[in-house]
Structure formats: structure tokens, C-alpha cells
Design a protein around this ligand. Structure first.
Ligand code: C2E
Ligand code: MG
Ligand code: MG
Length: 639
């Protein structure tokens, strides 16, 4: 029989084409991708071996019997390994390996039988031999080899059908197509055994899988053109299971701010530039765009010296600006290094560290322990919040607000305190942002609001000269469509008029000016609440937003007062005094009442009186105090 290997040549060309495609679309660091690469390698070997073994089998000669042997063994090994490898690929694709290690072991036994048969064949001739003319002939156990391959294929089909829910339809379809296409030549070759079709059909099947499953487009960020978060997660899955991976994190601060400043399109272009630079700089490794201005580089087996150099290179590059022309920007960068898996034990923790926002103002190198300590502190605070919610142990303190015209305490700001038996007082600046991120602020906000209403009504604070209490409202609460209903219920329960509550919204919240926020404020205003704008002057000021919101009081941030007159030295910059003066005048001209926070000294109070500031709040008068102490205070000063 003369073997026709033209189809093998076509298959070989297709395989080389696939290999080139994969090479230029840098591979993902994922187990399944690596097994897919092994499949390509095996089919390439099978094709090469099939061509050469056919050449030698077609015209055998005693002088070439060594080569004939070599290619025949190689073909039988590579082709049978392909069936086994495909099953392994399916296991990795569906994350089955970690869960079913024993099943994996048992399923490897048939392939081990293949290998044993081939190793013994030179002595037993059970798989194949050469006849007296040197022609290749099947041995009595040849059928075992192909039965095992057949078994693997049937098992793979059952496995794909059983687990189809873990994959998208199109991906399941391409796997099934591969399996069925692989059966076609088996049938055809019964009739025309001299035509070697099998590998050609299998190659077509693999090509289908390459385009549908191993296509990396859904793992590429459309903004920066590098791997996205989804791809990173797969890579980290692998890294957490293996040894010797290092994760380099590169974070730029406050992407939203820059987006607003120069627009999405220009900022995306700059992010693209940063990505290209990272890709070039870390050519040997895969770079990922994790979103929100965070990037990650997954380094496989990198030395400590080299990683130190990488960190320095990133810092140095960020000293220069990005982009060109009118959109040339420079920003600080935070670079962190995590060794996997020893530094971080769970994927969840790792995600948290990757997502942790840039904190600080300047470029910095963060070491793993500090990143982890920060993360662990965060987990602790989350636990303490939950505990305080369960035990209802949040405490509300009150800080008096003085009316400069009447010289009386007209209101007070309610400030929430998280006090834990073991960890003491956790400052609100620490726990409020965390509560905002995990949503518990809604419950905390409700507790504070209810506590304030109860306090006001039970103690009849209006009789003590206290017109209203200021309650801080988080932007997360403002986005909650239920807020009005929740506040209504509480006001009704305590038969309290909404005019006794003034809601404080921070300036940073109004800068976002989301429709939901404006709508919530509108319905609360209809209900009779009044509003203050908190932390005015901290950098988000936008007068046009102020027009749209119903503020009656503007609370000027303490930093503005302190620059004009430092509470410790009593001195200040001339320009800062001018700024404070003009701010107060402008706000008063706009018919707002002006409150200045952070009044710590008599001199500051006198300065503000001279500027006709309406309200004062600060340690000079009182720190935030427990409600009983506050009642005593009120009875004395408002008597
Ligand atoms: P804020 O609303 O600007 O509150 C004023 C902060 O300035 C309070 O800090 C207060 O203790 C402090 N302060 C007032 N006068 C002085 C002074 O003379 N010197 C100094 N050094 N500090 C002064 P606190 O209580 O630590 O609260 C920090 C922030 O936490 C608040 O800033 C507010 O944004 C937030 N917060 C507190 N309670 C709540 C709450 O119930 N809900 C929400 N959403 N946020 C809250
Ligand atoms: Mg406030
Ligand atoms: Mg404030």
C-alpha cells in the first residue's frame, strides 16, 4: 500500500499558521492555554512524523530502517498523546483539575498503557512490525492503542455534554465540532486507508477551537489593547497554584478626576501610552490593564535584583509626562510587588490588594507587607462595622455650632463614632469610606438619623434653643431611591418636623452631580429638609452645581481657615487671608449662610467675626461630645 500524505502537508501548513498566530498574540498565562499549546505541539509532531514515516514506509530499505523506526514510534506516541491531551485540555478549561485529582489520575492510566506498549514494542512487536519486505504492518495489540484514543474521544464528548453549562454555547459547539470532525476520517479511511486524512481533520478542529475558545479578543482591554482584568484573573489562578510568580502592580491615582479634567478620549489615549510602555519595558512578561488606572505585570521566575530594577524604571518613567501637546500630563505612581503564592493566600485577598485605590499624594514603592497590612486593617474594620451593626453599638456625638450674631448654640453636628471594646475608637475618616464601599453606610446612616431624631424629640431640644441638628449624608445614601421613604418613616415615628434636621452633603459628592443624587435631594427638600454643603473649598468646587442644589449653609473647610491663621502659631499667609475673606464675602453675597469649621483659637474666632461669618464650629467651643454632656453644655450656654 502506498500512503498519500498530501493532506498531512496541508495540515502541517495550517498548524504552522496557528503557531504563528499564537506567537504574535502573546499567550495568556493560564493552564488551559498552555495545554492548548501542547496540543498544537503534538499535532505538529504527529504531522511531521506521519509524513516522514510514510516516505520511509512507502520505500523501505535496510539502510533507513532506523529512521523508519524513529518516525513510526514518534507518530504513534504523538498522535495517541493528542487524544489524552485533548481530554486534559477540557479538564483545565472547565477548572475540573483542582477538584478531581483522583479522577485525573485514573484517567491517565490508559495513556500509560499506550506508552508501555510502545516501549515494549521493539521486543514484543505487539503494536507494529516490518514484514519481510520492510513494510510497516500492525501487530496484534495495535487495536488497543486506537481503542484507547477512541475511549478518550468518547469520554471527552460525554464530558463536554455534561459540563456545557460552564461554557458559552459557541465554545461548547466548537469543542463538539472538533470531536466529531475527528471521527470523520476514521470512517473515510475504512474505505480508502491509503489516504492519511486524520490529522488534517483534527487540525481543522483545533483551528476552530483557536478562533472560538483560545481567541484572546475577549481578554483584551478595548481601551488600552493589552490583557484585561478577566485575563489577569485566569493568570492569577495559575500563579496561585504554582511557584515563583511575582506580581508587579502599577497604580495611578484618581482616574475619574483626570477623565473629567481632560475627557475620556484623551485620558484613554494616555492610558494606552502607559500600557504600550509597560508592554515594551516588560516584554518578557504579560501586562494587564486592571481598570481604574491600575496595571499589573505577571512575572514568571524573576530575580529580586531584576524586580528592584523594574520598580525603579517605572518610577523614573513616571517622573516624565505622558502624551504630547496640550494633553501632556504627569502623575504620581505607586508600585507594589507581591510574591505569589507566599505573600497572599487567597484570590479574594489578592483582588482586594489589586483594587485598593492609590492612597497618598506622591509616587511611592509599596512593599507587600504594607499592602497586606492595609488590606488586613480594612478587613478588620469591616468586621468591626458588622459587629457594631449587630450590637447596635455605634455612638453619635454632637459638636455645637455657634451663631456668631446671637452668641448662642443654634445647632450641632451629629458625628458617628465606632467604638470597639478591644480596638478602641475607630475614626470616622477611616470607617466611613469603607462603609461606603461595602454598602453598610446605608444602615449606619439610618441608625445615625434615627438616633438624632429620637434625641431631638425626647430631649425637646428646641426648648433649649437648638433649632436643628446637622446630619452628614453620604453620597451612597443620596443614590438610594429608598432614602426618602426611610427618613419619612423615622420622622413619623418620632413626630418630628423635617425642619429640625439639616442634611450635610460633601463637596466631592456634588461634583459628580449624578441625576439620582439631584433627584433624591429634590424629594428631601420637598419634605422640608434643609441642606448644607460640607467641606467647601477642598478642591471640587464648581459653583454651577451649587446653583442646582438647595443649600442654605455653606460649611467652609477648616483647611482654608488654618492656612489663613494656623491654630498653633497664630500666623498665616497673606494670600490665604485674602482668599478666606473673599470666599466668605462671595458666599454671603450669594445669600448663603456661611459656617467655618475648625475654629480652635480665640484669635481665629475674632478673625472670623471681623469677616462676618455666620456660624462657627470647632474645638475652641467644644469637641464632639456625648449627648448627656452636650445637654449640660446647652443648658449652660443657651440659658
Ligand atoms: P465633617 O462632616 O467635615 O465633620 C467635621 C470633622 O471635623 C469632625 O471630624 C470634627 O470632629 C472635626 N472638627 C471639628 N472642629 C474641629 C477643630 O476645631 N479641629 C479639628 N482638628 N477638627 C475639628 P470627625 O468626627 O472625625 O469626622 C470626620 C468625617 O467623617 C466628617 O467630616 C464626616 O465627613 C464623616 N462622618 C462623621 N460622622 C458621619 C456620619 O454619621 N455619616 C457620614 N456619612 N459621615 C460621617
Ligand atoms: Mg459634616
Ligand atoms: Mg466638614
Amino acid at each position: 500500500m502506498v500512503y498519500h500524505f498530501e493532506f498531512d502537508i496541508a495540515a502541517l501548513i495550517l498548524t504552522i499558521f496557528m503557531a504563528v498566530l499564537i506567537f504574535f498574540k502573546k499567550g495568556l498565562v493560564r493552564h488551559a492555554n498552555r495545554v492548548f499549546l501542547s496540543l498544537i505541539g503534538l499535532i505538529f509532531l504527529s504531522e511531521l512524523a506521519d509524513i516522514f514515516s510514510s516516505i520511509y514506509n512507502n520505500s523501505p530499505s535496510p539502510s533507513t530502517v532506523v529512521y523508519q523506526d524513529l518516525w513510526n514510534y514518534l507518530y504513534l506516541f504523538a498522535h495517541n498523546a493528542l487524544a489524552y491531551c485533548f481530554m486534559v485540555y477540557l479538564f483545565f478549561l472547565m477548572e475540573f483539575v483542582k477538584k478531581k485529582k483522583v479522577a485525573m489520575f485514573i484517567l491517565s492510566i490508559p495513556f500509560a498503557v499506550d506508552v508501555i506498549l510502545l516501549v515494549l514494542n521493539p521486543f514484543t512487536k505487539w503494536v507494529f512490525r516490518y514484514d519481510e519486505n520492510g513494510h510497516y504492518v500492525h501487530g496484534p495489540l495495535f487495536v488497543v492503542l486506537y481503542s484507547i484514543a477512541f475511549l478518550y474521544m468518547v469520554f471527552s464528548i460525554i464530558f463536554v455534554i455534561q459540563n456545557h453549562k460552564y461554557l458559552e454555547m459557541s465554545k461548547t459547539a466548537s469543542l463538539m465540532a472538533f470531536l466529531f470532525i475527528s471521527f470523520v476520517p476514521v470512517i473515510v479511511q475504512i474505505f480508502v486507508p491509503e489516504y492519511l486524512l486524520t490529522l488534517f481533520f483534527e487540525t481543522i478542529g483545533l483551528l476552530g477551537i483557536l478562533f472560538s475558545i483560545e481567541n484572546k479578543d475577549d481578554t483584551i482591554s478595548p481601551v488600552t489593547g493589552i490583557f484585561n482584568r478577566f485575563a489577569l484573573e485566569s493568570a492569577l489562578d495559575t500563579a496561585m497554584d504554582s511557584e515563583g510568580y511575582t506580581l508587579l502592580l502599577v497604580k495611578i491615582p484618581n482616574l475619574n478626576y483626570y477623565n473629567k479634567m481632560i475627557g475620556f478620549v484623551n485620558m484613554n489615549e494616555i492610558l494606552g501610552k502607559i500600557s504600550s510602555w509597560l508592554e515594551k519595558e516588560f516584554m518578557m512578561y504579560a501586562c494587564y490593564d486592571c481598570g481604574r488606572g491600575h496595571f499589573a505585570v505577571v512575572c514568571d521566575r524573576i530575580g529580586e535584583e531584576e524586580i528592584e530594577k523594574c520598580k525603579k524604571d517605572v518610577l523614573e518613567r513616571f517622573e516624565k509626562s505622558w502624551g504630547k501637546g496640550k494633553f501632556s500630563l504627569s502623575f504620581p505612581v505607586q508600585v507594589g510587588v507581591i510574591h505569589l503564592p507566599e505573600d497572599v493566600k487567597t484570590m479574594e485577598n489578592l483582588q482586594m490588594i489589586i483594587d485598593a485605590p492609590f492612597d497618598g499624594k506622591e509616587s511611592a514603592i509599596l512593599d507587600a507587607p504594607s499592602m497586606i497590612a492595609k488590606y488586613e486593617r480594612r478587613v478588620l474594620i469591616e468586621q468591626l462595622i458588622d459587629k457594631a451593626l449587630t450590637n447596635r453599638s455605634f455612638v453619635v456625638q454632637y459638636q455645637p455650632i455657634w451663631n456668631s450674631h446671637t452668641g448662642k448654640v443654634q445647632s450641632a453636628e451629629a458625628l458617628c463614632r465606632l467604638v470597639d471594646d478591644e480596638y478602641g475608637m475607630i475614626p470616622p475618616d477611616e470607617f466611613i469610606p469603607i462603609a461606603e464601599q461595602n454598602g453598610t453606610i446605608l444602615e449606619i446612616g439610618r441608625i445615625v438619623f434615627e438616633e438624632v431624631c429620637r434625641f431631638y424629640q425626647e430631649e425637646r431640644l428646641n426648648r433649649l434653643g437648638l433649632d436643628y441638628i446637622e446630619v452628614n449624608l453620604s453620597v451612597v445614601q443620596c443614590m438610594d431611591r429608598d432614602l426618602r421613604r426611610i427618613f419619612d418613616e423615622i420622622l413619623d415615628r418620632y413626630s418630628l418636623d423635617a425642619k429640625h434636621i439639616n442634611l450635610e452633603i460633601t463637596e466631592s459628592a456634588t461634583a459628580d452631580n449624578q441625576k439620582a443624587l439631584v433627584d433624591t435631594i429634590d424629594t428631601l427638600r420637598e419634605r422640608g429638609f434643609t441642606f448644607s454643603l460640607d467641606d467647601y473649598g477642598t478642591g471640587y468646587s464648581n459653583i454651577s452645581y451649587m446653583y442646582e442644589m438647595p443649600f442654605s449653609i455653606i460649611k467652609v473647610d477648616k483647611s482654608i481657615l488654618w492656612k489663613a491663621m494656623d491654630p498653633k502659631t497664630g500666623t498665616g499667609q497673606k494670600s490665604a487671608i485674602t482668599y478666606l475673606e473673599n470666599t466668605i464675602r462671595m458666599l454671603r453675597d450669594m445669600e448663603y449662610s456661611v459656617l467655618v469649621e475648625g475654629v480652635e483659637t480665640m484669635e481665629q474666632k475674632m478673625l472670623l467675626e471681623g469677616l462676618e461669618c455666620d456660624y462657627f464650629q470647632g474645638y475652641y467651643f467644644s469637641k464632639p461630645i456625648q449627648k448627656d454632656v452636650f445637654l449640660d453644655y446647652l443648658r449652660v450656654v443657651n440659658a
